[in-house]
Design a protein around this ligand. Sequence first.
Ligand code: ADP
Length: 588
Amino acid sequence: MIAGWPATRFNNYAYDWLLAGEPAANWTPQSVIVAIDEETFHEQGGVHAIRTILANAMLKIAAAAPKAVASDVTLPDRTLDDAGVDQRLAEALARVPNLVLPCDVITAGGKARWEDPLPEFQKPATALGHVFRGESGTDGVDRVLPLEEIVDGKRRWALALEAFAVAHGDPIPTDSPDDVQVGDVQAGGVIIPAPRRADGRQLLIRYLSTGIPVVPVAELDRHLDLLTGKTVFVGVTALSAARDRVWTPYGKQVSGVEIHAHAYETIARGKFLTPARPSTVFGISVLFAVAAGLIFGLRSGWQAYALAALLLALAHWTPVEFFHHDLVFPYFATVAVAWISTGGAASFRYFFVQRQLRKSESERTRYQQALHWAAHEMRTPLTAIQGSSEIMTRYALPEDKRHQLSEMINSESKRLARMIQTFLDVERLADGQMEMKRETFPAAELVETCLKRVAPIAERKKIGVFLDHEVRGALTGDRELMEYALYNLLTNAVKYSPPETEIHVISELRGGELRLSVRDQGIGMDAKELKNIFKKFYRTRRAEASGEVGTGIGLSIVEQIVSHHGGRIEVSSEPQKGSCFTMIVTAT
Ligand code: ADP
């Protein structure tokens, strides 16, 4: 809406286009322009003879019995060297019925005042009308005429309005803040909707596309009958002398007197164009924005796009429809609002759908990966259970061997159950579904359990696992998950170390943080590899070459668990020297 509001130029183009597109009015012009054109000047003595030309023309016009006569030729000063020129003009003017003379605004010494005709000319005039046209649009097109002008405390109505009032026999217009009235509407009078605003009372000129008859002064004798019963506008149209040339919305260049005549016809026709209220514009713009939002909020796919296209068409058509009802609607406001909000809603929808899709895609792959990992990890205990039970059923074994095997089945199936539990827990943890258990337990117990569990595999490789210090402090969180994490770091250390090396577990309680490190003398990693080890399924080349089985998923789970406990992991490593993984968690 903000973008749409000040687009005056665009609105003007639309206005001109709509005005030019109006069907020709079924209206007979009530006025005639008597033009002092190039031909007239040429024949009758040039520009400096203008008062003589005007006097002669007025005498002829008076003879044609017009309804009223409005002159656009200002007469503020005396002719020097006057050989009776002004006198003759005054006499001619006195013959003219219902005469309206022009006054203009001039600014002298920084002060504006009315420039009125000389008293001798003013005397026979019925009224004075201003010919001030205000600022024409930024593009030099005259679309409006200020109906009323107040200068120096004196108000004057526009020449066209005065001409209409005088012709109507009701020379004094009445006004209210919202409109100007001439005579009784029932008796051919008119109410002009022209509210008084900051830029005055503006009359939108409804130019007659069919034009207004023009009779050059030089040809007046032949066309006097055209003037009878009409309002006559007398003015200079010669390019060499006319002070003003302006553009109409039709793209035609006209002189000032024609503008007044068109304004007169606008008033006489009584069919006025009025600007739509800002609140109406605002309301309709809001409606378009809301509709665009609703369309993409409630519908998707081609349905939404079809409805959006319909909405845009409606936005373009709204000002046209308003114009048909004589309301001028700022074209750009609705169109810009409709386009911007439709575009915004559509792209929001698009990115929203994209995001949803990406999310479900990544969820699916994550789930597949997790399943893959679970199947892989579970195979080891399952093989052990299967093997042991087969041996037990196939062979008659001594009692102690049977006992050993059934112990193994028992412990491996427990490990399997634990793994399934961990798997489910990690899945739900990643989903954000799981409430983590929150219990407080001594860190020493955690370390002890894990060390016990890792001892047999370390022993197989003759790796010594040492606890360097006494573990102090208590942790709060999910004990099972934390065990899983530390156990993973320990098994990795064993897996990726050559036999007969050492693993050291170092614990340090400092500033409310417990740092638990697992340091090995194994294959290590370089800086580039270090960056990737927490990614799912990533395994270093060295790890692959070591022949150790692995899925590359353990560390990513460890990291998740630790971060869910509000902690972090630090790793330092050097190829062929060893690695050190440190879990840092809050502790008391
Ligand atoms: P896995 O051990 O199943 O391959 P992890 O996620 O536990 O998966 O580890 C990811 C990778 O990080 C390993 O494949 C290995 O390349 C590297 N890595 C982990 N721990 C160590 C370690 N202690 N020493 C050297 N490399 C390690």
